[in-house]
Design a protein around this ligand. Structure first.
Ligand SMILES: NC(=O)c1ccc[n+]([C@@H]2O[C@H](COP(=O)([O-])OP(=O)(O)OC[C@H]3O[C@@H](n4cnc5c(N)ncnc54)[C@H](O)[C@@H]3O)[C@@H](O)[C@H]2O)c1
Length: 383
């Protein structure tokens, strides 16, 4: 297949490019480096800074890996640029190109506006560019499990059958986000559903949980092919942050009671899910929504897992319950369905001591690069 990856310089984007190329697909990588720019503005940085996309693509090729990755650099919130990219007429497009941080979106008006305009803007531009150049192209869009929030009922995969006053219909599952970023993801889903109904697009919207780890089969052994590993309060995901805190000797920052439960997945399983979605496309005129995670953990369970694994490498990691900077339930029902990817053949890489120890070893190697000043939450939902 010819596949375009939007947001290819990102945590998920770069490993996805390599993974899809290694399977024999023709891959086109696109990014504006927006993430690097807003990270600099907020004094955040990945553990190890990687070169830009052309150099990453050259390194991939020079190491003799399968396939070649073509690069476009530009802003996908600019329709002309999006249209130029999509005139490549791909079979599938993976849309990662959004501002992905809840805390960043809660910083203030400037950050909320950037998140809204960028996220809904890139989605709208993509839809129109697909309609203009390749209406049969399969749009694979990254949503988030955070769109559903933590309802007191089971979380279905995108849709729910409702019977009301004796009549029944199928609707998008009710959504209630916990940050403004997550709200923009809900808006994306509504925009996609509108255009699927009106124009018959072919769309898969993936409700993904927080991703952890740094390693994929395509990078194995070559740090130059690694992805950005974020650990700060704005851009790091929970498990990655706890691992860095353990290595840095900072007590792990569990927010409040720590009963907040979410569905998590290993970066390797993001690669698997994207591949399964691309190889088994949605129908024309379908908005297919799939939940993308492998296991549920509470914040307490994650911190305890890191504490246990740390002991194996001689680290005595501590856990600290700090005041919760977010507005969220700390003790709640959580039961999200995971059926569609399992039916497509997903083989989960589950979390165990070995996975955490591998992450700990990687972080230990770069311990001198950890900036302790960006570990504690800098954004409070109430202020
Ligand atoms: N990482 C996770 O745990 C996770 C979980 C659920 C959903 N997601 C979603 O998956 C997607 C990728 O996440 P990630 O962690 O790789 O984020 P990331 O910030 O590392 O990657 C996103 C990339 O998109 C680029 N980008 C953003 N706006 C752009 C624009 N207008 N033009 C061109 N490029 C642009 C950024 O520069 C960045 O490189 C996001 O949409 C995110 O919301 C991520």
């Amino acid at each position: 297949m010819k596949i375009i990856v939007l947001g290819a310089d990102g945590y998920l984007g770069w490993p996805t490019c390599m993974h899809l190329a290694s399977l024999g697909n023709e891959v086109i990588a696109v990014d504006s480096y927006l993430k690097r720019k807003i990270a600099k503005e907020t004094s955040s940085a990945p553990l190890v800074e990687m070169p830009g996309l052309p150099d990453r693509a050259d390194a991939y090729f020079d190491l003799g890996r399968r396939g070649k990755i073509k690069v476009y650099e530009g802003d996908l919130a600019d329709y002309e640029f999006m249209s130029k990219v999509m005139s490549e007429k791909p079979d599938a497009v993976i849309h990662y190109a959004e501002q992905p941080s809840g805390p960043y979106s809660m910083l203030g008006h400037k950050e909320a506006a950037l998140t809204l305009h960028n996220n809904t803007g890139t989605t709208l531009n993509l839809i129109h560019a697909v309609l203009e150049h390749c209406p049969e192209c399969h749009i694979i869009k990254l949503g988030t499990m955070g769109e559903y929030g933590t309802p007191n009922i089971d979380i279905e995969e995108g849709w729910i059958d409702i019977t009301h006053n004796g009549r029944s219909d199928k609707f998008l599952f009710p959504r209630q986000a916990g940050s403004f970023y997550h709200t923009t993801k809900i808006l994306d889903t509504d925009i996609l559903w509108f255009y699927v109904r009106m124009k018959g697009l072919r769309v898969t919207d993936l409700m993904q949980g927080p991703v952890y780890s740094h390693f994929t089969d395509s990078m194995e052994g070559e740090e130059i092919l690694g992805t950005h590993f974020w650990y700060d309060d704005l851009f790091g995901t929970a498990l990655n942050r706890f691992v860095v805190q353990a290595v840095a000797g900072i007590p792990m920052t569990v927010y409040g009671k720590g009963g907040q439960t979410r569905g998590y997945l290993n970066l390797k399983d993001t690669m698997q899910c994207i591949t399964l979605a691309a190889e088994n496309p949605a129908d024309q005129g379908e908005l297919r929504i799939m939940n993308q995670f492998t296991e549920d953990f509470s914040a307490n369970q994650l911190a305890e897992a890191v504490q246990r694994a740390s002991k194996l490498v001689g680290i005595d990691a501590e856990i600290d319950h700090i005041a919760n900077p977010r507005i969220e339930k700390e003790d709640h029902y959580y039961n999200a369905k995971l059926e569609k990817f399992m039916e497509l053949g997903l083989k989960p890489h589950l979390l165990n001591d070995d996975v955490i120890v591998q992450m700990l070893e990687y972080v230990k190697k770069h311990k001198d690069r950890i900036d302790p000043s960006v570990v504690h939450p800098r954004v409070n939902w109430r202020r």
